[in-house]
Write a protein that binds this ligand. Structure first.
Ligand code: ATP
Ligand code: MG
Length: 411
């Protein structure tokens, strides 16, 4: 089953599983998908491991049935609020310069990246090589087979909050699965939503989920900025529920019925009948009342994203503009117009582009599969990720000293 890669996206409103298979020409095909609703996550934080594990199990079983295989392990997402991405350069000097650079050299230079100092509440979950520099020549993606003495690597070091990482692992283990790796959600989504050209020339990816909106900026194929705000599509539903005094379920239904975020796009401002909460009667409301509520909240979400970007000082010179994704905005007409007004940049809505993906809901899970496949030449930290709790418990002289010693012992 080494040609099988499984991605699980644990989101605020649902858990999605995607099973990918590598074909003969190394092309990735999706052979199974599964989805189950989940209420174990609040504002991006796992608050109920049992119910998250149940949703994971159900979505995996559906995907397994479609693919007609049993899976034992998976890659899983971790959201932006719980990770920091640090840039780190490490180097080695090769003695046998007449020998070609091999995977061993790559492993060695990446291993040195592990010496980075991290805050006590963080653990290393991934090291993503971005470029190699051989004897001063940079922008090398795959140095294997080249000659050179000094070998450097520029890597993105991904550090996660220990509690968040361990709760994700626990949820997977309770669902009977081993963990292959943790993938930063934005990397997975970008893998599916953005083109290489957009990532090169500069682009902002805005992923409006259920409870959280993630904002990431890519330029020169690097992640330049990454942040989240704890507001998403569920807040639109709450606003409708409170504004019209109707139940949350009815509000969600109405939101999905109109899928509109601009009052100027309303064709027929008719009356609709809604069930008054706790009253056994119906009342009439205008379509424009619903759409106005949606418009306000979508505008606010986009405004907050723009504020974050302006404060960070990296809003300029991103010619590819904005790419919108996530269930909270991608189904809603007018979201694109609102975004171009707020950001004053070109906007497009992302569409999934991977063989076998049938619904946009599976974008992140499919992106995890694709990211894991594209980065398998990197370094596997899975044992360290899982054992982190134990290391932390034994820690008396600073987490990182011990962790480094452990890495050295394991290598
Ligand atoms: N057809 C639709 N019209 C309007 N909103 C929709 C529609 N379908 C889904 N949504 C909204 O999309 C949101 C969920 O988006 P998504 O599936 O991207 O979130 P998630 O990945 O579960 O959560 P997060 O990324 O925040 O952890 C919910 O608020 C839901 O109401
Ligand atoms: Mg999501």
């Amino acid at each position: 089953m080494s040609d099988i890669i499984v991605g699980i996206d644990i989101g605020t409103s649902k858990v999605c599983t995607v099973i990918g298979q590598l074909g003969r020409a190394d092309e990735l095909v999706i052979i199974g998908e599964g989805m189950d609703s989940c209420c174990g996550i609040k504002k991006g934080v796992i608050v109920d491991i049992e119910s998250t594990a149940r949703a994971v199990k159900n979505s995996v079983e559906q995907a397994e049935a479609k693919a007609d295989i049993k899976i034992g392990s998976a890659y899983v997402n971790i959201i932006g609020m719980h990770v920091s991405v640090l840039n780190y350069r490490s180097e080695i000097n090769r003695s046998g310069e007449e020998n070609e650079i091999s995977q061993r050299d790559i492993d060695k230079v990446l291993h040195n990246v592990r010496d980075i100092e991290l805050p006590e509440d963080r653990q290393l979950i991934d090291i993503i090589p971005r470029q190699y520099i051989i004897d001063g020549y940079d922008e090398i993606v795959d140095p294997i087979g080249m000659l050179g003495v000094k070998m450097e690597v520029d890597a993105d070091v991904i550090a996660a909050k220990i509690t968040s990482a361990q709760n994700i692992i626990k949820s997977l283990e309770k669902a009977g699965l081993k963990i292959d790796g943790l993938v930063v959600e934005s990397f997975a989504t970008a893998e599916m939503a953005l083109t290489q050209e957009e990532k090169d020339i500069g682009v902002i990816l805005v992923d409006v989920g259920g409870g959280v909106t993630d904002i990431s900026v890519y330029k020169n194929n690097r992640l330049l900025f990454y942040d989240s705000i704890p507001v998403g599509g569920d807040h639109i539903t709450n606003d409708i529920s409170i504004g019209l005094k109707i139940s949350h379920n009815d509000a969600e239904k109405i939101k999905r019925q109109f899928e509109l975020a601009l009052t100027s796009l309303i064709k027929n401002d008719q009356d609709i009948l809604v069930n008054e909460i706790n009253e056994n009667k119906k009342k009439a409301v205008k379509v424009s009342e619903v759409v106005e509520i949606i418009e306000c909240r979508v505008h606010e979400i986009l405004y907050l994203c723009n504020e974050l970007l302006c404060k960070s000082g990296i809003r300029e010179s991103l010619p590819a503009g904005i790419v919108l994704t996530g269930g909270g905005i991608s189904h809603i007409d007018g979201g694109k117009q609102l975004a171009s007004e707020v950001f004053e940049l070109p906007v497009r809505i992302a569409t999934p582009k991977l063989n076998g993906i049938t619904k946009s809901e599976f974008m992140t899970a499919a992106g995890i599969v694709r990211f894991a496949n594209n980065n398998k030449k990197g370094t596997s930290l899975i044992n360290e990720i899982k054992n982190k709790k134990q290391v932390q418990k034994n820690n008396e002289n600073g987490v990182f000293k011990k962790l480094s010693a452990l890495f050295k012992k394991l290598s």
